[in-house]
Design a protein around this ligand. Structure first.
Ligand SMILES: [Ca+2]
Ligand SMILES: [Ca+2]
Length: 92
């Protein structure tokens, strides 16, 4: 129960993060822009501190677990690819 709720928040949040303005055209450019905005130290990936400033994290009661779920290679960073995977996995 708890897990699926968290997952829903993750997917809804990331979808909004990435696709609110471009719902039918994939997530590329919007995600890139949003990602760059969140990536405050410009290392090309989001660490937890950066992620925690996102709307996704703000809307979650357990942002750490969202982060860990999206971080599929467990390097403690979210790449754009990992975020895209998190978005896409909700669809299928
Ligand atoms: Ca960063
Ligand atoms: Ca990662």
């Amino acid at each position: 129960m708890k897990t699926s709720t968290a997952y829903l928040l993750l997917t809804v949040g990331f979808t909004c993060l990435a696709a609110c303005a471009a719902p039918s055209r994939g997530n590329g450019k919007r995600l890139e822009a949003k990602f760059a905005e969140l990536d405050t130290n410009h290392d090309g990936k989001l660490d937890y501190a950066e992620f925690s400033k996102s709307r996704v994290a703000a809307n979650s009661d357990d942002p750490k677990s969202l982060f860990n779920k999206a971080d599929t290679n467990h390097d403690a960073f979210l790449s754009q690819e990992e975020i895209l995977i998190a978005i896409k996995s909700r669809k299928g």
